[in-house]
Write a protein that binds this ligand. Sequence first.
Ligand code: KIV
Ligand code: ZN
Length: 380
Amino acid sequence: MDQNQVHIFDTTLRDGEQVPGCKLDTRQKIVIARQLEKLGVDVIEAGFPISSPGDFRSVEEIAKAVTDPIVCGLTRAVMKDIDVAADALKHAKRPRIHTGIGTSDSHIKFKFNTTREEVIRRAVDAVKHAKSYVEDVEFYAEDAGRTDNEFLARVIQAVVDAGATVLNIPDTTGYCLPEEYGAKIAFLRDNVNGIHKCILSTHCHNDLGLATANSIAGIQNGARQIECTINGVGERAGNTALEEVAMIMRQHPSLGLDTRINSKLLTETSLMVREAMGMPVQANKAIVGANAFAHSSGIHQDGVIKRRDTYEIIDPADVGVDESKIVLTARSGRAALAYRFKNLGYDLTKVQLDQKYAEFLNVADGKKEVQDEDLVEMMS
Ligand code: KIV
Ligand code: ZN
């Protein structure tokens, strides 16, 4: 593996689709899976095959529909789950079984009513069983974010010895601080024998708005796979947003890390997922929100019109957006008004602009946004 490449594991169709109201049918999932393949994701988590016949079918059909990415199916550390996942993945060119178990004291005591030793035993049995079907077995230590590092290292050592190829360290409840999460990844990297043969993976939830920061802290400390979703959809406050981590690596070459993502397809993919899931994206969402490249205050507009990068760190074309938007509101200045008039074919002199600007402010005070039709009316 190229040590500078971070694998993108997309779980829009599994963790993302678990959200109430976001359910997709098999046909929609295939369309999205093909788009994810075009986008350049390395792994598609296609579903949780034992959860329902529909999910089984989706995983099976996605496994047939895509060729480039690894297709992954989720299981609990339960033999039957693994048998069913292996069956659903039988047509995949590059199958991966993703199995695991809760490792925090809270999960061990309240969810399983068992002991740490028993959790290690179940984890090892699950990995060995999955290995009897496929070479590529990813292990997740659910609630790793709240699992103490010494015990987590014991679990991870045991599954590495059992043959796991990828080690997923989920911050299931979105609890960790970036430094803490990064230190957890570093601790495992430094304290598990043979871990360099495996890929460490981040899987961060956004309950405190830290999913992206935590994923980046993870890769800065040695993780080489990020689990994420388009638009950050996912349980509760969501998962790490794919578009955010991909663009952070692209915009910060000093990290020395990159992905295979074709960033020009990010907006198109985001629109496809919001449409299929019926899940709107907040206007101020980084990268793919409607306002991500919109400028409405006079000072910012003047700067952007003079030179785009005074207020934009990403060229909108790089994420598939035609151009930055200069939005006219009562906070806009003359530069923006002149710019918008010019786009409509009206080249105003300074005197004309002064006159129209006074008129414009009256119109703008009465509405949220002044549209092209309003400007044409002002000129007629
Ligand atoms: O958040 C989580 O822990 C998960 C696992 C099932 C991988 O989604
Ligand atoms: Zn999750």
